[in-house]
Design a protein around this ligand. Sequence first.
Ligand SMILES: CC(C)(COP(=O)(O)OP(=O)(O)OC[C@H]1O[C@@H](n2cnc3c(N)ncnc32)[C@H](O)[C@@H]1OP(=O)(O)O)[C@@H](O)C(=O)NCCC(=O)NCCS
Length: 222
Amino acid sequence: MAYYMRYMRKEDLPQVNKIDREAFPTQWPPPDYRRELQNPLARLLVVCEDHPDTDEPEMEIPREDSSGLTSRVKRWWRQNRFFGSEPPQSNEHCIIGFTSTWVMADEAHITNIAVRQSHQRQGLGELLLISIIDLAIELKASIATLEVRVSNLTAQSLYQKYGFAQVGLRRNYYTDNREDALLMSTESIASVPFQAHLQQMKRDHAQKYGKKIKSPTGSMSR
Ligand SMILES: CC(C)(COP(=O)(O)OP(=O)(O)OC[C@H]1O[C@@H](n2cnc3c(N)ncnc32)[C@H](O)[C@@H]1OP(=O)(O)O)[C@@H](O)C(=O)NCCC(=O)NCCS
């Protein structure tokens, strides 16, 4: 199965809401992603399965490209091909995960990230996080931040892997059970150490999942 990343569109909302409810069943009221799509601060991405309806030859990446999938995602991003106006139609099985981020001044604040349970542990959460960080860098943000439940060790592990560290604690942050939130932040995302770590993470991700997560042209299936 091939996966690709693009900006969220309003026709994705039924699937996105379904994933949100599966991921955050106790959070009430649910986030209003329709409103978020209108929010100039918000950047919403979805990871989809299946082949986009395009035959762009310049999307092919040479086999020797070591950064693999994530560099393709970045390249599509730059070319604006999958974030533009004519990507493929949503279908019932298209959207696998999503993320939303507010970019405010020099901070990219990740407000949500979720992957369908049926597709977890396949590197897609990482792929979403890498894409957000790349976007934050392109938008000239200095740091990436987020809140996460103290009990959500799975998500904390993902964030720590990508250089997020705890910088604060928000007591009784979550309204459903008054759970505390860890406030996590990266160091400067443009800094040499952060970039070196990110590039290494991309290489590791490509090595681990490159054969399973194919590009739309199929050029990763090697
Ligand atoms: C958090 C979430 C997005 C991760 O997505 P995913 O696609 O399963 O994650 P990946 O396969 O990319 O895993 C990346 C890393 O996340 C961590 N991780 C993922 N699943 C984990 C698990 N079950 N236990 C421990 N760590 C886990 C690990 O650090 C993993 O790296 P590793 O493979 O080297 O161990 C997913 O579990 C999810 O949607 N959870 C529900 C929603 C949620 O809690 N979102 C975070 C809100 S702050």
